[in-house]
Design a protein around this ligand. Structure first.
Ligand SMILES: Nc1ncnc2c1ncn2[C@@H]1O[C@H](COP(=O)(O)OP(=O)(O)OP(=O)(O)O)[C@@H](O)[C@H]1O
Length: 357
């Protein structure tokens, strides 16, 4: 279980994470959503002790990350698949992590098999595609057989087969009773994978709910009806007290009613229907609806009033993969200048840099 209590992170005058309180429970895949710059990666980094909270608390099975005696046996994470020593083979990369974390060597072969990299285990990872790198990062997360798994954009760079594979992997891990916490911008994929959602915008919690509730509450569901006798259908629906909305294509929309009820009403009046379809918004529509106010980076240079202005892409910073070699302190020029956190932060991780997007 992962528990956040009032977790806050400020960089200069920029609040990246703002009093986040939520719990990620075992047994289901929990999706972590938010527009670019919402604070997802910062939250995940604090969870792993890679960033110190300004205030608040985050615990893994009741302990701070630093208090876990063998952390990789509690939590496995994929934060940045690119932060792998390219000169090492996939096998050696995992062996190095296993040996430095008192994990049996046999696990290396097992996880390589799980992620489908056994055939390239002795190849240097610098020749790996983005998708292979993701698989290697996932293998490292699985190495300690942890009860908690956290993946930041795991499907990034994966082909359809890879996406299908990771979907099943995450569901399978949750079905084993593990805690699976995953961020993704691929809404269609998230809709198929996650049962529970945590949504943040500008560092704040916007929703902590089941997938079904989230879509239900943040989108309109309605029934579409089409008939070769549109005038009569409209009269019947109106007489029954329904608010009828005409669409451009000759259909009608009725909000908040059951398709069966409307179909029976049409049958009672011997009306022929060519369409009677319940319409449910997608996760993507619901997400856009909920986070519309929180989106900082818009296309065509349009920026929400009060939001920070995106700056030209800076080179991606070298990240640290959880479980890999320990992180080194960033060089001095990567430190945020005093009082200039907002602009500096944008350079550090502006849209398109950093995660291969
Ligand atoms: N080390 C840092 N120093 C200063 N600002 C930072 C730092 N890391 C992140 N930020 C800023 O904090 C905010 C949240 O960033 P974060 O990377 O956590 O968002 P995110 O939700 O993961 O975004 P994305 O979906 O684009 O990956 C952003 O405005 C970012 O510029």
């Amino acid at each position: 279980m992962i528990e956040l209590q009032g977790l806050t992170k400020r960089y200069g005058d920029r609040t990246a994470v703002d009093h986040l309180t939520f719990t990620v429970r075992p047994g289901v895949v929990t999706g972590f959503l938010g527009p670019n710059g919402a604070g997802k990666s910062t939250t995940m980094r604090m969870l792993l002790g890679l960033d110190a909270p300004t205030s608040g608390d985050v615990r893994i099975d009741g302990k701070h990350y630093a208090q876990l005696s063998e952390p990789l046996k509690h939590i496995g994470a994929l934060l940045d698949a690119k932060s792998i020593h390219g000169g090492r083979t996939a096998y050696d990369h995992l062996l190095c992590i296993a040996q430095s974390n008192r994990i049996p060597t046999r696990r290396v072969g097992e996880v390589l098999e799980t992620v489908g990299l056994s055939a390239v285990a002795r190849k240097r990872s610098k020749g790996f595609s983005l998708g292979m790198g993701q698989r290697l990062g996932i293998a490292a997360a699985l190495l300690g057989d942890p009860e908690i798994l956290m993946f930041d954009e795991p499907v990034n760079g994966l082909d359809p087969e890879g996406i299908h594979w990771i979907r099943n992997l995450m569901k399978g891990l949750a079905a084993q009773g593990r805690t699976v916490f995953v961020s993704s911008h691929l809404m269609s994929e998230m809709a198929l994978t996650a049962e529970h959602l945590i949504v943040i915008g500008r560092g704040r919690l916007l929703a902590d709910t089941s997938m079904a509730d989230f879509i239900e509450k943040n989108s309109r569901s309605f029934v579409r009806l089409r008939s070769p006798q549109p005038e009569r259908l409209r009269d019947v629906l109106t007489a029954a007290g329904h608010t009828v909305v005409s669409t451009g294509d000759g259909a009608f929309e009725i909000t908040g009613k059951d398709a069966a009820e409307l179909g029976e009403l049409a049958a009672q009046h011997q009306l022929v229907l060519h369409e009677l379809s319940p319409q449910r918004a997608s996760l993507e529509e619901a997400f856009m609806q909920l986070t519309a106010e929180s989106v900082e980076y818009h296309a065509h240079g349009a920026v929400t009033p009060g939001a920070s202005v995106p700056v030209p892409a800076a080179p991606a910073q070298q990240g640290w993969q959880h479980g890999g070699p320990p992180p080194t302190a960033p060089p001095p020029q990567q430190q945020p200048p005093q009082g200039g956190g907002q602009q500096w932060g944008s350079q550090w991780r502006n849209p398109g840099s950093g995660k291969g997007r």
